[in-house]
Design a protein around this ligand. Sequence first.
Ligand SMILES: [Zn+2]
Length: 456
Amino acid sequence: MASEKVLAHLDAHRQQHVDQLCEFLRIPSVSSQADHKQDVRRACAFVADELRGLGLEVEIIETDGHPLVYAQSEQRPDRRTLLFYGHYDVQPVDPLELWKTPPFEPRVEDGIVYARGASDDKGQVFAHFKAVEAYVRTGTGLPVNLKFIIEGEEECGGHGIYRYTEQHADKLACDAVVISDTTLYNETTPGICYSLKGLAYMEIRVKGPDMDLHSGSYGGTVQNPANALAGIVAGLKDRDGRCLVPGFYDDVLELEKEERDGFAALGYTDAILRKETGAPAAWGEQGYTTLERMWARPTCDVNGLASGYGGEGAKTIIPSRALAKVSMRLVPNQDPERIAAAFAAHVAAIAPAGVEVEVVNHHNAAPVLVPRHSPMMQAGMNALKRGFGADPVFIREGGSIPIVGTFQAWLKAPVLLLGYGLSTDNIHSPNEKFDLANFWNGARTTAVLLEEAARA
Ligand SMILES: [Zn+2]
């Protein structure tokens, strides 16, 4: 197989690839902070240079925010096409004092590189670049047509990539989208994530009197917004953990037996959950295991609750206002807009008299489900198996990656979430890291994927 030579090249250049990755990691491309604007540009230029170095045709696309880098190989009609997506921007570094070494001075120790962006997402994107480079340097013909779209606004909620995908779906057309911005199942088990939860993010605002009132003078004569809100929140879920919003479960796709068996075989126990979270006990909707709740059941959770006085000692008031932030994590095939509307209607129905209640829908994301049994998914599984030398598993994810839904909707192609990171990589936290074994195995996986996808 052609990939033998390619893999040998990757294995022989490991140190060089780490050194190059460190160059990328030295650029402080924090997209949400204006004083890093030029650094974000530099990271964009770095990506463009890398892709140009692979002999690809490169375009820098300006947006309202930070630019996109688009690149493509020669597009031959007789070959399959893969579109690789990733991002070159990174999260802010605060709190800086908790970093053992500076976030933009990469430190390699015991086979791990520590730096902001190491795992999310520079290291994972760079693994793709090195895989393609190995084809080029060994003179091995590319088995597929390649396209890359690498953005600089993933960590700051920019819309450039969404608009571009909607307006240029033809240009991004492909047989599969490959995204490495997630994790292996655990240290030893690679996996493909085939489902992501969606989101409906709500806020409940309760208004009572114009100002905080003396609880002795006025208590019992007007509705208390904090009491009213507590009643509303209590009416969102029953004691068994089921959401009480009418119609909430109507469109929920139940797990298939094969999925439940697959989850069970992963051996995730409540003891592991307690260890990871520090929670005194596992708890959730009756009739489902912890992993099923985590990956495949919708949730309704208060994220923030504010009202009245929380300071030292006592202050005797009837608060003027109360507020709750509520996130509903949704699963296939729930529709975020429908759920948001049902939520607002339910809150209106259970709100007590004597207060004004307003419900705001901050933002939504659609849940994602990629069919597990397709030639491209199989190609991804085969690539992981060979790249990591271990049998991969199918996993789901409780979080949302909105771009996946956009790609699915506009490109009508399967999205392969081949995660090369670990859940312990401290992404978005101090001391972010990336295990070099995962970096190297990731590059191997991408290299094999090109060949597997060509045959799929
Ligand atoms: Zn990321």
